[in-house]
Design a protein around this ligand. Sequence first.
Ligand code: PLP
Length: 394
Amino acid sequence: MATGRFGVHGGQYIPEVLMEAVTELTEAYFTLKDEPGFRADLQNLLNNYAGRPSPLYYAEKMTKDLGGAKIYLKREDLNHTGSHKINNVLGQALLAKRMGKKRLIAETGAGQHGVATATAAALMDMECEILMGAEDMKRQALNVYRMRLLGAKVTEVRSGTASLKDAVNQAMGEWVRRIKDTHYVIGSVVGPHPFPVMVRDFQAVISAEIKEQILAAEGRLPDAVLACVGGGSNCIGAFYHFIPEAQVRLIGCEAAGQGAERYDTAATITTGRVGIFHGMKTYFCQDEFGQIAPVYSIAAGLDYPGVGPEHAYLHEEGRAEYVAVTDVEAVEAFEYLSITEGIIPAIESSHAVAYARRLAPRMHKDEIMVINLSGRGDKDCAAIARYRGEDLVE
Ligand SMILES: *Cc1c(COP(=O)(O)O)cnc(C)c1O
């Protein structure tokens, strides 16, 4: 899809000054992506640095407990740096290096994407600057320390609401300012073309592996694939190779926060409207004047006001379903998977686990469900303890 359109969604809604950078990136990506040397270098990093392939684990206790579909967990939580984010970051860092860039910049909300980008920059000997909202820097002090330890400069963003969306705005400005030596590593399937296509391609390794692993284990494709949706990168990665397989249900689990009918939500497809922001046309949470609405979820990685344009398209085509999962359900799933399987999932991934708990009992015992476990939950323990009224002191 060279035009970067998914139906009416996607595109390149950017100021003139960004066009040069985006065009250079588009040409470089489509030239290099199938080049055998580039692919071999990326595969080597994915296997030997990030730890791929990640296991597809049969969750037998959870399966028995829920009494329906056979449940498999795709263990992206076991990747280096603790989530799927490294798949994309290694791809983009390698591409930037090939383009002759010496510096990576990235925005980050919870800090996971910032840590992954700082990691790749350290590995590849590149300069790194991470832009982060002032509020997020306070809440994620440990991740700020990690990024600095890895050699990155962390810059505080004070504009707007000093949150993730403002960090994205500032990163775009910074990219324009230093186009010559800088690549902007976007952390999800959002932004102007080619990012939604490129990030999806880098994350598609997830569904490529699931397909091979489930065929080896069960001799057939799954009946349902579930993943949580923030911007949508782990989800589209888990969906991608199943999109042409019409019998596989694809289910994206959005963060409803306090409830999709309430103001404090981040369930973009469930509650949002089509608009244009951050270089793309897609669904956004908006107020009655069409301004981007403040979003909320207990999962910092899911509270982005937009969603990748390919998800908007899959939703409108009816190929994928998008459901809303509240904070309350996600926290219960966080605790449930910990006690049932001995796996502490990221609070983001817990949204998919929560919906699986609703859906699996309604499926037949001979049906198969795969849940993409996008990350590990160590980072969330203090926040969930606080949510339960317990203050942890380190
Ligand atoms: C960042 C993050 C997400 C949300 O990002 P997507 O692009 O929607 O995948 C989900 N899970 C984890 C563990 C994350 O770190």
